[in-house]
Design a protein around this ligand. Sequence first.
Ligand code: C5P
Length: 222
Amino acid sequence: LSPQDLAGETVLVTAGPTREELDPVRYLSNYSSGKMGYAIARAARRRGARVILVSGPTALAAPVGIELVPVTSARQMREAVLQRLEEATVVIKAAAVADYRPAMRAEQKIKKGLEGSLILPLEKNPDILAELGSRKGNRLLVGFAAETADLLENARKKLTEKNLDLIVANDVSRSDAGFDVDTNAVRLLYRDGSGEELPLLGKDEVADQLLDRIARLLKPSL
Ligand code: C5P
């Protein structure tokens, strides 16, 4: 494939964790580093795409030549993604969006009580990708599935339920793949039921392999 095989495409990538605030000093989140999503954003840029990166809080440097939209919570990520959706021809949702948020954010720091336990009611966050799937248009939609059990079954289910073209299944119970490490071992599952396994690779290499597949889905003649 040509090095500029994504020229003319606008690729919207989400990356990193979301933070769901409990009070002014505390939040719920996860171990996502943003490395996979940033690698995809950089690779897509290198291959000629215009790239919009909607990112939760990470320690990573803003990639050069990319429009970075920083967000904190899942609801902010949803707003940012929906706002840019019209421009996007490809959406790659590598973010680890928190499934739940505290039902209430306390105005003041929550004080330690006398009881031995504290119950925090949680409320479901919007599923951004499912929402995109329901208004997909001609866009190519790519999701990630980070699982610790029943990887393929769960990934296949998400592919169908969220109306995706491709899902990247990620076994996060491995220590050399998934959250916060520089390597990843993924399986790619397609809409037509086919799938393929990539070997353990650096995240930059996984990004390029994924974009090879995406370029081919966009331009089957290549
Ligand atoms: O959380 P889940 O395993 O269902 O995530 C699968 C895909 O859905 C990922 O690509 C993730 O970015 C996306 N997702 C989302 N909004 C959520 C939860 C997940 O866009 N609230």
